[in-house]
Write a protein that binds this ligand. Structure first.
Ligand code: FPP
Ligand code: MG
Length: 299
């Protein structure tokens, strides 16, 4: 997608406007991700000066949240490259995150009021979602409601806001697109949580099987906990550095109990609800394609 180059250029332009050499140096260190939010905005609103600006704003907010998240999670890799906290330090990662998201907000104030409200309020949800995520790692969570509330806020809220803001930009039905974005975002995070178990670290660009070690009881683990015979064994492995043998045991149980298979089915079901929301729209085919590609991705 050539428009993504325009988005990257716009981000650079915004950072140049910050008039700070160190910020530009740091921007260079950020590995580009999948740019799912930008792809979504561009597929909904088409390419225009305003849509490219909206993409850049959303990507900068997303990048800022990841700069903070890597400090919170003590992660040393991001998108297969060393994270900024690893290359520099925690302070730099937090401060550069602050620069990116405040500049994004400055640009947001120059956009349509409803768009600015939609995106900025999603960032509050995103921040609350991160806090919920951290709090949920204190003890073994067995509540589906808490898991879904957390992934909605942490991940789906900004994707929902991106789709809604794009619809507002081009006069489409914003409620339909918001629902599409919300369900796409929920399915996206569920797939992320599944890939943590099924993929190796080389493919993921970060360590594999890490969620459970970090205290995150994601959808496959919720289902596994409900179904596994030796619950106390599973509980004893929670937040523990896993041996090869323990890792294999978890994966075997995931297969035997169909916890993994059913997690994939649940993600697909929510993905289909996303498609359903926009089935009568003229671009429904491409929105279906985005959803399917997202479900079938490998990292
Ligand atoms: C990644 O989750 C984290 C997020 C999607 C959101 C993080 C949000 C904040 C830190 C709030 C601050 C917001 C701003 C704008 C500064 P993950 O750890 O599950 O995924 P990962 O494996 O990719 O790290
Ligand atoms: Mg993280």
């Amino acid at each position: 997608m050539e428009e993504l180059v325009l988005v990257k250029n716009k981000i650079k332009e915004f950072v140049v406007e910050c008039d700070d050499a160190k910020s530009l140096e740091l921007l260079d260190k950020l590995a580009t991700g999948k740019m799912l939010r930008s792809k979504l905005i561009l597929k909904i609103a088409g390419e225009s000066h305003e849509s490219i600006k909206l993409c850049a704003i959303v990507e900068m907010i997303h990048a800022a949240s990841l700069l903070h998240d890597d400090v919170i999670d003590e992660a040393h890799t991001r998108r297969g490259s060393p994270s900024v906290n690893a290359l520099y330090d925690n302070k730099t990662s937090i401060m550069f995150g602050d620069i990116l998201y405040s500049k994004a907000f400055t640009e947001l104030t120059q956009m349509d009021k409803q768009i600015a409200y939609t995106v900025s309020s999603a960032v509050t949800k995103l921040s609350i979602g991160e806090m919920l995520d951290v709090d949920l790692t204190n003890t073994f969570n067995t509540s589906y409601d808490k898991y879904f509330d957390m992934i909605y806020k942490k991940t789906a809220s900004l994707i929902e806001a991106s789709a809604k803001a794009a619809a507002l930009l081009c006069g489409k039905d914003e409620d339909k697109y918001a629902l599409y974005g919300k369900n796409l975002g929920l399915a996206f995070q569920m797939v992320d949580d599944i890939l943590d178990i099924t993929q190796d670290s080389k493919t993921l660009g970060k360590p594999a099987m890490l969620d459970f070690v970090e205290g995150k009881v994601t959808i496959p683990y919720l289902l596994l906990h409900e179904r596994v015979e030796d619950k106390s064994k599973l509980e004893s492995l929670y937040k523990k550095q896993l041996t090869e043998e323990e890792s294999i045991w978890i994966k075997e149980q995931m297969t035997n109990t169909k916890a993994l298979e059913d997690s994939i089915l649940q993600a697909k079901k929510i993905g289909n609800e996303a498609i359903d929301a926009v089935k009568d729209e003229e671009n429904s085919e491409i929105l279906t394609f985005i959803m399917k590609a997202m479900i079938e991705r490998e990292f």
